[in-house]
Design a protein around this ligand. Structure first.
Ligand SMILES: [Zn+2]
Length: 506
């Protein structure tokens, strides 16, 4: 009996495995055949200027996307907002199946055409890198022959975020042409103002609550891990901060007359900041890391991310990183305390022989799910007070100056929250398995990325578990001149979309 059961298990595994390999080989052949067409369609989309300061351009993008989705069987709506419309597409498969909402954006960052190595950011070009590392133009006709995965398409939004839109549409094409269909109901939001805060989309969350309702949210934006392996990002950090001003004499004083007498605010600030972190970079503020912990399995998943510490350190030009986490990924699981700017008096040719009147530090705090922004700010305030400071939220009055030996102003910013979907949540398990089956290797699982994404308020507003599926190359010059999409990432992205669309949600 036992033997039989093992045999059955082995057989079903083997069958399942070979079926997937067959599916994957079929997809590879299909993509290889269709790639010239896919590139042509992507080129047409990237040719449409998409800077939201010109709403008439955004309308042309909306109409193009309407055609692209409608011809693939989607219901399509252009949802008006006070600013740029939200585009919404929907394909119902079966009312009994769950619904997945995909998020993309169709706007791009403003452009300075003079800084681009091509005639126009909206006339996409194909390039390859020569032996000297320079990018050289290639004829588009080359795409009908053997394609080098390292060739790239240059143009504004080639990667961010029209590349992923094209990957998704191509995966839908494969399913339609091979008689398949998505394993769940599909909804798609395309934001027209991601690069400037998504205000239009956020304003529609209440009004279109029913329409946007879904069981899982997948955000297809941002760059994959530098290894270009399929990547899943399960969360990102939030952010808050404060401006801290430490006061010295009412006005800057002559350092000859008052050096040794007037307390210097720069030394005061330095002493104060030095109480906040130890030499290895760990925050010393009471309770700052409270609640941040994970189990051994999660630690192993983070350790498996193929980061090269040596390469990261070399890139940063540092010998030893801070010791907050045991590796780069772990360091992102904690809230950070950062001084992002520090000023007082004058330096260089402007140096003056003074005791300055104040020192100003801009403090940034990156947040994680466990560390609420208001709480972190309160801990920071309390820590400063515990060093003997009287805190105000403005310049001190004369009375305050006479009464308190140490005075600082503390003005905080409204926190933007972090989000995280657990790696072993139903959404996490489904996506990890889908990509592992399709690629024969676990994806790169990023538990928390360091930055803060503008769509966090949307994730919160919709209240749906969200995972970011970043697919474009890390070195895509996102937001900068010469933005580009690597063709190898275009192919992997199509396969990633296909793996997700065709894997049933357990
Ligand atoms: Zn983007």
């Amino acid at each position: 009996m036992r033997v039989l059961r093992y045999t059955a298990l082995f057989c079903s595994f083997f069958f399942f495995g070979s079926e997937l390999i067959a599916q994957s080989a079929k997809a590879d052949r299909w993509i290889a055949k269709k790639l010239p067409e896919i590139i042509t369609e992507h080129r047409a989309l990237v040719s449409l200027p998409n800077v939201p300061s010109r709403p008439e351009d955004m309308d042309r993008n909306a109409e193009w996307l309407r055609d692209a989705f409608e011809k693939r069987g989607f219901k399509f709506d252009i949802l008006a907002t006070e600013t740029i419309p939200v585009l919404f597409a929907e394909s119902a498969v079966d009312a009994d199946l769950p619904t997945v909402l995909f998020y993309f954006h169709y706007d791009g960052q403003p452009v300075d055409p003079t800084a681009w190595d091509q005639d126009s950011p909206f006339v996409p070009v194909l390039k390859h890198q020569d032996e000297a590392g320079k990018w050289q133009m290639l004829e588009w006709e080359k795409t009908t022959g053997t394609i080098d995965p390292d060739w790239r398409i240059f143009g504004r939004s080639a990667a961010d975020d029209k590349g992923p839109i094209m990957m998704f549409l191509s995966a839908v094409d494969f399913l339609r042409e091979t008689g398949g269909k998505p394993a769940f109901n599909v909804k798609v939001i395309m934001d027209g103002e991601e690069e400037s805060g998504s205000s239009g989309l956020l304003s529609t969350l209440e009004q279109h609550r029913e329409r946007y309702a879904a069981d899982h949210l997948i955000i297809m934006d941002g760059p994959a891990h530098p290894s270009n392996r399929p990547t899943l990002t399960f969360g990102c950090r939030g952010i808050t901060g404060a401006t801290l001003t430490v006061y010295g004499p009412r006005l800057a004083q002559h350092s000859g007359h008052f050096g040794n007498y007037a307390p210097n605010p720069v030394f005061r600030m330095a002493q104060l900041l030095a109480t906040m972190k130890d030499e290895a970079g760990r925050v010393l503020i009471d309770g700052f890391y409270e609640g941040v912990e994970w189990d051994a399995e999660t630690a192993a998943i983070m350790a498996a991310v193929p980061d090269d510490a040596r390469e990261i350190n070399d890139r940063l030009g540092v010998a030893v990183p801070e010791a907050v986490g045991r590796n780069y990924q772990e360091s992102l699981q904690y809230p950070s305390l950062n001084i992002r700017g520090l000023t007082s008096g004058w330096t260089g040719e402007q140096t003056r022989t003074i005791v300055p009147d104040r020192a100003v530090a801009e403090i940034g705090i990156r947040l994680v799910v466990e560390t609420d922004g208001e709480r972190q700010l309160k801990l920071l305030r309390r820590h400063i007070e515990a060093q003997g400071y009287y805190l105000t939220d403005r310049d001190p009055t004369d009375d305050e100056r006479q009464e308190h030996p140490k005075i600082a102003a503390f003005v905080s910013r409204k926190p933007v929250r972090a989000f995280r979907t657990e790696l072993d949540s139903p959404t996490g398990k489904w996506l990890r398995q889908a990509l592992e089956d399709a690629f024969g290797q676990a994806p790169v699982n990023i538990r928390t990325m360091g930055g803060t994404v503008p769509v966090t308020p949307m994730i919160e507003g919709l209240g749906v578990p969200a995972v970011i599926v970043p697919m474009v190359n890390m070195d895509n010059n996102q937001h900068s001149p010469n933005e580009n999409l690597r063709l190898g990432n275009l192919v992997t992205g199509i396969k990633t979309c296909l793996a997700i669309l065709s894997t049933p949600i357990p």
